[in-house]
Structure formats: C-alpha cells, structure tokens
Design a protein around this ligand. Structure first.
Ligand code: ADP
Ligand code: MG
Length: 229
C-alpha cells in the first residue's frame, strides 16, 4: 500500500520544531554540565569525562548543522533548469564508497536521456543523499539499493528501493515529524529535510514499506519541457 505523505499533516509548526530542538539540545547540555562539575571536583576518570563532553558537543554540532540545512533559502530563489539524471549519478558516486564498506550495492536503473526539472542542485542532492543514507542505515546485512526513474509528459518519478528492515504503519505515520528517529545516533531531521526540499520543488514524496523486507521512497517532481535560460 502506498501512503501519500500529506504536507498539511506532516509538516511541523514552528512550535513543534522549537520544542524538539530545545529537547534535543538540552540533553547533551545537561550531560556536559554534569561532567564539567565532576571534572572540577575530582581527578578521576578525566580522560573519559573529556571524551563524553567532546562527543556530546559533537552531537549538538550535528543537530545544528542539520537545522542549518533546513533554514537554507527556498528552491524558488535559486531555481535553475537541471537535468536530474547527472544529479542522481553524482549522489550515487558520493554514497558508493560508504555503501561498498557495508556490502551494499547501489544500482542505477535509468538511461541518460536528459530529464529537465526546475530546481536547486545542492538541495536536490541533499534530498537524495538523505534518502540513500536512510536506505543504507536500514540494511545491516548489506544488499541492494535500486534507483529507478520513470518519466511521462508532466513529471518524473524517482524510486529509491532498499532491502532493509522496513517500517511498520505506525513508523510510517511518524515519518516527517521533526526528531522522530529509531536510531541511537539519529537526529530525526533527515527525512524532514528531504520532504521540505521536494515540496519546495513542487513535488511529492510517497513511501511503501514492508517490515523485514524493505522500503521504497518515491519522489515525484514536475518536469519542464525545455531548457529555460
Ligand atoms: P534519522 O536517520 O536520523 O533517524 P530520518 O529523519 O532520516 O532520521 O529518519 C527518521 C526515521 O525514519 C528513521 O530513524 C527510521 O526509523 C525511519 N526510516 C527512514 N528511512 C527508512 C528506510 N529506508 N528504512 C527503514 N526505516 C527508515
Ligand atoms: Mg536519516
């Protein structure tokens, strides 16, 4: 079954996002505070405490970096005519090293006949990198990620299909909520960023998933007839 993720349902209000940010950053701050106090009062375990503080600081940095991506200018301000296929190829090249290390093969299933869309190249790359990262992180035992492209007169559909752990219907419902993550080191922002970028490009994103079998994300974007300079 295919579930269309509705913008109105899933996009967070500023308040929801702010509460999430506060919560996510308060935890590492509390930890840093605690270990700083310990460092002041005792000479034991200094190395360990410094390590923890360092990793908690990294966590804050990571969250802030993801938030900065969310706050980048919207696609309309930086929109250009783009062939989507080299963008996908570039993203695959970027992710292939990490994939190979995890016994994962990324298979592009498309020809290179240009497909033109209007958009921001860096944002689109970011959107597909996030989808591929999630696909890879869902596949603990390796496997195959297939990237398929279909096109008609109006739109292009890009499907990213993994053989990972899949998602339950409840998990699918939570997708797109800020800070929703099932991972120890997840930020729960990656999918929301992807969703925002695709919506800003006039597109939609849908998901099909079966637990223990895999997940397919389908991005649909409007195409433009010819190159507009
Ligand atoms: P993060 O990756 O930091 O956890 P995301 O926003 O990228 O945050 O994803 C949110 C959650 O959605 C993940 O923690 C995971 O539970 C689920 N998810 C996203 N993509 C997939 C996928 N391809 N397979 C299984 N679960 C996924
Ligand atoms: Mg992610």
């Amino acid at each position: 079954q295919e579930e269309q993720i509705l913008q109105s349902e899933k996009l967070s209000t500023v308040g929801q996002l702010a509460a999430g940010i506060a919560h996510e950053i308060r935890n590492p701050l509390t930890a840093i505070n605690g270990f700083m106090k310990l460092l002041r009062t005792s000479d034991h375990n200094k190395e360990l405490y410094f390590e923890i503080i360092e990793s908690e600081l990294k966590r804050i940095e990571f969250i802030v970096n993801e938030l900065l991506i969310l706050s980048k200018p919207q696609a309309s301000h930086t929109s250009k005519s783009l062939n989507i296929l080299p963008i996908l190829e570039h993203v695959i090249t970027l992710m292939n090293v990490q994939a190979a290390l995890n016994n994962i093969e990324i298979i592009p299933l498309f020809t290179m006949t240009p497909i033109w869309i209007a958009g921001d190249i860096n944002q689109l790359k970011q959107a597909f990198i996030n989808l591929l990262k999630n696909a890879m992180e869902a596949m603990n035992y390796g496997g195959t990620i297939r990237i398929t492209v279909y096109c008609n007169a109006y739109e292009v559909q890009i499907a990213v299909q993994d053989e990972g752990i899949g998602m339950s219907p409840e998990q699918i419902k939570s997708l797109g909520q800020p800070f929703y993550s099932t991972k120890d080191k997840g930020t729960g922002l990656g999918f929301m960023i992807t969703q925002n970028i695709i919506h800003n490009h006039g597109g939609t994103i849908a998901v099909e998933s079966v637990l223990q079998q895999g997940t397919t994300f389908i991005v649909t974007l409007p195409i433009i007839a010819e190159i507009e300079e």
